[in-house]
Write a protein of this length. Structure first.
Length: 284
């Protein structure tokens, strides 16, 4: 067993143990009637619960296709941990209800295998899972930050490796507004597009200067017009950015920004668009 496997086992032991301890301390749903045998049954639940974690791990790897790795960045780690909890918590609740069903049925206590019993157990375990998740996220914060820095470094290296032909696309496009006005620009000169109310601001680098044109339109309409150019992506509900004009990717505590050449503006990347921007940088 290598160090990572030992660490994973340790995390499972502590996490499941915390959930079992919460049940033993608060004794919900009349399980306190089991007396000293309560500890024996929860020792059994603890052992089986660790096994359920590994079952969930197999589901994550082979069915959900989200293996455990630090190579896919912080967003992937957070999404994977959330998905793990969403799968593991109901399984742990079902295990708890099944194991405690036998001793509780003998003393005439409420059946945990009923819908209400399962929901009560699920609620308690969901709270425990949330608390444990916050603990491990804080404990491994330095590791997440290291993964975030490594991912940002990789994205910046990929930006530098963009084919020269990409930034040299000389196609000329005419953007049409909802009224009669139009803006004609060269794709290689487009920096970014910002939505402001019923208008959009179109920033481009032309003749050594940054120029801003206003057009009565929506960023969604312009996104559809420019969808044939893979370097132009949505990074925020208010911004479309030309990746060939991104000088550097900045990332601080999970907040991503794109530093634009020539204007040196920092364009925010929303969490909902972060995965798409990263994928576009990798594929471009």
């Amino acid at each position: 067993m290598n160090n990572r496997q030992k660490e994973t086992l340790n995390v499972r032991i502590i996490s499941v143990g915390f959930s079992c301890l919460a049940f033993v301390v608060f004794k919900p749903m009349a399980i306190g009637q089991l007396g000293l045998m309560l500890y024996v049954w929860f020792l059994l639940i603890w052992l089986f619960g660790i096994g359920v974690c590994y079952v969930t791990e197999a589901v994550m790897k082979y069915i959900v296709n989200m293996p455990a790795t630090l190579d896919r960045g912080v967003d992937y780690i957070i999404r994977r941990n959330l998905c793990f909890q969403l799968i593991n918590t109901p399984l742990e609740a079902l295990l708890t209800c099944c194991v405690l069903h036998f001793p509780l049925s003998r003393i005439g206590a409420p059946d945990l295998l009923s819908v209400m019993g399962f929901l009560q157990t699920l609620f308690i375990l969901a709270f425990c899972s949330f608390a444990v998740g916050l603990y491990w996220r804080y404990k491994f914060r330095s590791r997440y930050l290291a993964a975030e820095l490594e991912e940002t470094k990789m994205l910046n290296e990929q930006l530098k490796e963009h084919p020269q032909s990409l930034s040299a696309v000389e196609d000329t496009v005419t953007l049409i507004g909802t009224t009669s006005e139009t803006v004609t620009l060269c794709i290689s000169e487009l920096l970014y597009i910002e939505a402001v109310g019923n208008y959009v601001k179109i920033y481009q680098h032309r003749d050594g200067q940054v120029r801003c044109d206003m057009l009565r339109s929506t960023s969604k309409q312009l996104e559809q017009t420019l969808q044939s150019y893979p370097s132009i992506v949505r990074c925020h509900r208010a911004f479309l950015v030309n990746l060939s004009q991104v000088e550097q990717v900045l990332s601080r505590s999970g907040v991503m920004q794109l530093l634009i050449r020539h204007s040196h503006d920092s364009i925010p990347v929303s969490r909902s668009n972060m995965a798409g921007v990263k994928e576009a940088i990798k594929n471009i």
